[in-house]
Structures are given as structure tokens and as C-alpha cells.
Design a protein around this ligand. Structure first.
Ligand SMILES: Cc1cc2nc3c(=O)[nH]c(=O)nc-3n(C[C@H](O)[C@H](O)[C@H](O)COP(=O)(O)OP(=O)(O)OC[C@H]3O[C@@H](n4cnc5c(N)ncnc54)[C@H](O)[C@@H]3O)c2cc1C
Length: 477
């Protein structure tokens, strides 16, 4: 076989591509792995804070978003977290569980990269890296690639160039472009696991909270397109009186916490996502694991709802704390919350002025000067404390956007799963073409799920490539 002819060309030497190449190579196929990057598997390297959250013990189809949520089932069943652990064990790599089934390397993510590289070497995989691919064409039942190092021909082609997150690290839409070229449908790609942003003016009261983190419960109600079009802050929408233009609503739960909207019966196709995770305030908006999780479900025009004191019954707790207390409302709230958040929240209550809790000032006979936070807790009427609690448990926000691919961990959307066979990841429309990993419309939650999908889809494809060659013993090349 000549130097530029292979059974399989895999474009993209990341998590899924290396897995597919190694499995196919070890089954006797001649495989070439092509990547345009200077350094191998950068996303594995930087993942999990440098320790790679390489899988999650609880991985199941329930933690993946896709137009077809069952699509990932077959690959995940055939190659689950334990299979990857067996691989790491065989290479002497140790790991630990950090949080809710999330597994990280004890040492560094480099060890995962080296495991995959050694597995590729064991399969005799040929490397072309760094090597750009200019074009891909069908030729004689196989594929002809034009690359930086000259033409490469292969009987089968695996697209494994991942998603568009972190373009500054070389991420591209290559797989989507080639898939489109061969007539495959694409589910609109979007940044996911990404911070959410807000209108700068409306976020201003919270910008000073940058760095504050706390555990919260976040939820997102998937809405019908007609509801989305009528969201506050979008043209033609009903605009909340104190919350124009994609704002974070005032903490009194005023406009944004309207129960009528929240209580609306979900329509067909609607779904609800909920996460108990940490939230991080930033200068531009919200981040942290909780926001990253909910961002994958969020669509422009949707609100998100945040319980800022999950499991605490804040209103009742403040009422109960009144008896015999000489502390101020600010001191009481700071006992439960980060002080900066308590200050900002009460300042917003003051700014809202006419809000139920804000009017407590007037009820207690105090003027605006000291602000709500300066009131003695014992002087604030129960109903105002309960209203304050309701706002804290039901903060409803309309993000204006996301921080984009530059800050996203993954891309959602990708090659439509209807185009692919779920056992092999082969295209129905274009036999011999396979798409694996993040380029497929399968997006995992934060917590090791995306790598698990990369391993599982890569392994499924690697095994099928072997079978495809056996079915066509004349091969190509
Ligand atoms: C900051 C960050 C942290 C993350 N942490 C985690 C984590 O801890 N756990 C987890 O499960 N997931 C994590 N992810 C997500 C995870 O990295 C990806 O889902 C996973 O790497 C996808 O695997 P893949 O093989 O499909 O693509 P990638 O691993 O991205 O590999 C794609 C490869 O294709 C190459 N390529 C791209 N375009 C071209 C082109 N035009 N020509 C040639 N080659 C090309 C790239 O150089 C790259 O090597 C993280 C992502 C980011 C950005």
C-alpha cells in the first residue's frame, strides 16, 4: 500500500478521533490521523483545570442534549465509564472522584493524552500533524483529501474535529462544513456550557459582586417559540416596568417573577431543566457550574430562574430570627448569605423603592437614608420579610446572550443524529463517512459527560470501521 493510501483517514486527533483511530488500528486497519494543531489534544490538556474530568460514573443518556435524546444510548452502552477506567488502569493512570461521580486524573490530563497516543501507536496509526486539510472529495468509492503534506486517499473517512468552542485554540467548524458538503443536515450550532451575559446597564448593580459564589438551584423552562417571541426585552414584547430590555429583574421579584408566566402549562415539546450547583457573579453576568449547565438549555428570549437560597425557606428563617433580636436586616441576611450579596440585594430593594419589601421602611417609620439593610430585623413586618424571601427563592432573569464560543466549553447542535447510524456513527446518506465526538448533535452536561461521549462514539466508530472493511475486502487503497 502506498504512503498516501489508507483504509481510514481520521481528521481531528482529539478525544474522539484518537479513540476511533486506536480502536480501528488495533483491529488491523491502516489508519492515518490528521490534525492541523501544533500540539496534540489541547482540549484534553486544558480540561478539568489541567486534570481532565475524563468521565462521570453516572453517565447515561439522561445527561445529554440532542434532538434525539436516545441516539447516544447504544454507544454509551457499548463503551461506558468502566471501559475507560479499564483502559486507564491498563496504563497505570490513577484517578479520584471529586464531586457527583466526576472522575479526574490524580496527576495531570497529559496522562490521558499519553494513554491515547500509546493506544494509537499500538494500532500502528500514521500521524500527519500539524497538517491542514484543504478539501475532501468522493473518489472511486472512497475519499480523496488534499492536505498540506499532499494528497491522502482513504476508503473511509472519520470527521472528528470537535466543536467550535475556543476558536483561539484552533477549534473550527470543519466537520460541519464537510458534512454539509456531502448533504448531511446540521442542527444549528450554538455555544453551550457558557457564561450568560446581561445588558450592561441593567447588570451594573450586580457587577460589584464579581467573584461572589454560592450554591443555588437553577431552572429553565423550555418555551414554545410563540412564547419566546413575546419575552420581555425582545421587540414587540410586554416589557416589565422595572426591567426593560433583557434585564436581570429586580430582586423583589417584581416584573420578572410573575407567577402567571411561571405557572403556565408547558406546551408540547416543552421540558424543564433544573440544577443544584454553584453560581458565580462576574462583571458581565453570571458564570460558575450552575450557569454553564443551564446555558446549554437556554435559548435567546428565555428567562432562567434562580433560587438563591435552596432548601432554606428564607422568609420563614428571617421571621423566626426576629424574636428578641437587635440585629439589622443586613446582619441577619449576611448570616445566611455572602455579605456582599446581602448588601447588593438590599440596595436593589431600596432602589426598587415601591416594592413590597422596600415599603417596609415606611411601615417601620424609617426614611430612605439608612436603607432597608439598616432596619432592625424586629421592626420589619413579617409579610415584608416573606416577600423578601420569595424574591430570593425566585430570582427570574432574562439573559441577553452568552459569552460566546471564546468562553464556551462545548458547542451544542452539530451533525443531525437522524443522518447517522447510532451503532456505528456512519452516515446513512454517504456510506464510508463517519462523524464522532462533539461534531455530532450530542452535548453532555458539565461533569465528564462530553469526554465520555467522545470515547464512546469514537470506540463505536472504530469497531464499525473494522466491520466495514470486512464487508468490503477489496478495500480501497
Ligand atoms: C476549557 C474546556 C474544558 C473542558 N473540560 C472538560 C472536562 O473536564 N470534561 C469533559 O467531559 N469535557 C470537557 N470539555 C469538553 C471536551 O473537551 C470536548 O467535548 C471534547 O474534547 C470533544 O472531543 P472531540 O474529539 O469531539 O473534539 P476535540 O477534543 O476538540 O478534538 C478536535 C481535534 O480536531 C482538530 N481540528 C479542529 N479543526 C480542524 C481542522 N480544520 N483540520 C484539522 N484538525 C482540526 C483540533 O485541533 C483537535 O485536536 C472541555 C472543553 C473546554 C473548552
Amino acid at each position: 500500500m502506498s504512503r498516501d493510501r489508507f483504509d481510514v483517514a481520521v481528521i481531528g486527533a482529539g478525544a474522539a478521533g484518537m479513540m476511533a483511530a486506536a480502536v480501528a488500528g488495533q483491529r488491523g486497519l491502516r489508519v492515518v490521523l490528521i490534525d492541523h494543531a501544533e500540539r496534540l489534544a489541547e482540549k484534553i490538556r486544558i480540561s478539568g483545570g489541567g486534570r481532565c474530568n475524563f468521565t462521570n460514573l453516572g453517565a447515561s443518556p439522561a445527561q445529554f442534549l440532542s434532538r434525539n435524546p436516545d441516539f447516544c444510548r447504544s454507544a454509551l452502552r457499548a463503551y461506558g465509564p468502566q471501559d475507560f477506567l479499564d483502559l486507564l488502569r491498563a496504563h497505570g493512570v490513577s484517578w479520584h472522584e471529586k464531586h457527583r461521580g466526576q472522575l479526574f486524573c490524580d496527576d495531570s490530563s497529559e496522562s490521558v493524552i499519553q494513554v491515547l497516543r500509546r493506544e494509537c501507536d499500538a494500532g500502528g496509526v500514521a500521524w500527519r500533524m500539524p497538517c491542514g486539510v484543504q478539501s475532501v472529495a468522493r473518489e472511486g468509492g472512497g475519499f480523496a483529501l488534499s492536505t498540506d503534506v499532499g494528497p491522502i486517499r482513504a476508503a473511509q473517512l472519520v470527521l472528528a474535529t470537535g466543536g467550535m468552542a475556543i476558536p483561539q485554540m484552533g477549534a473550527t467548524d470543519f466537520s460541519l462544513r464537510i458534512a454539509r458538503q456531502f448533504g448531511l443536515r446540521i442542527v444549528e450550532p450554538r455555544p453551550a456550557l457558557v457564561p450568560l451575559t446581561f445588558d450592561a446597564g441593567h447588570w451594573q448593580p450586580y457587577a460589584a459582586l464579581s467573584g461572589v459564589a454560592l450554591e443555588v438551584r437553577l431552572s429553565h423552562e423550555q418555551r414554545a417559540p410563540e412564547d419566546r417571541a413575546a419575552a420581555p426585552g425582545l421587540p414587540g414584547s410586554e416589557s416589565a416596568p422595572d426591567s426593560p430590555g433583557g434585564l436581570p429583574a429586580s430582586p423583589d421579584g417584581g416584573a420578572a417573577a410573575r407567577p402567571a408566566r411561571a405557572g403556565r402549562k408547558p406546551r408540547r415539546g416543552a421540558g424543564r431543566a433544573e440544577f443544584l450547583e454553584d453560581l458565580l457573579f462576574t462583571h458581565r453576568g453570571l458564570s460558575g457550574p450552575g450557569i454553564l449547565q443551564i446555558s446549554s438549555y437556554w435559548q435567546p428570549g428565555d428567562p432562567i430562574r434562580i433560587d438563591l437560597a435552596p432548601g432554606q425557606a428564607m422568609g420563614d428563617a428571617l421571621v423566626a430570627a426576629k424574636s428578641g433580636s437587635r440585629q439589622t436586616l443586613l446582619t441577619a441576611l449576611s448570616g445566611i448569605w455572602p455579605r456582599r450579596l446581602a448588601e447588593a440585594w438590599l440596595a436593589q430593594e431600596d432602589a426598587a423603592g415601591a416594592s413590597a419589601a422596600g415599603s417596609a421602611r415606611h411601615a417601620s417609620g424609617q426614611g430612605a437614608a439608612g436603607g432597608l439593610g439598616g432596619l432592625r430585623l424586629a421592626d420589619v413586618p413579617d409579610r415584608h420579610l416573606r416577600a423578601l424571601g420569595e424574591g430570593i427563592h425566585g430570582w427570574t432573569l432574562w439573559p441577553t446572550g452568552t459569552a460566546g464560543y471564546k468562553k464556551a466549553e462545548v458547542m451544542r447542535g452539530g451533525v443531525d443524529t437522524d443522518e447517522l447510524d447510532q451503532r456505528s456513527l456512519q452516515s446513512h446518506r454517504c456510506p464510508g463517512l463517519y462523524i464522532v465526538g462533539e461534531a455530532v448533535d450530542v452535548t453532555g452536561w458539565l461533569g465528564g459527560y462530553n469526554f465520555q461521549w467522545a470515547w464512546a462514539s469514537g470506540a463505536a466508530c472504530g469497531r464499525a470501521l473494522t466491520a466495514a472493511r470486512a464487508a468490503n475486502p477489496a478495500g480501497w487503497g
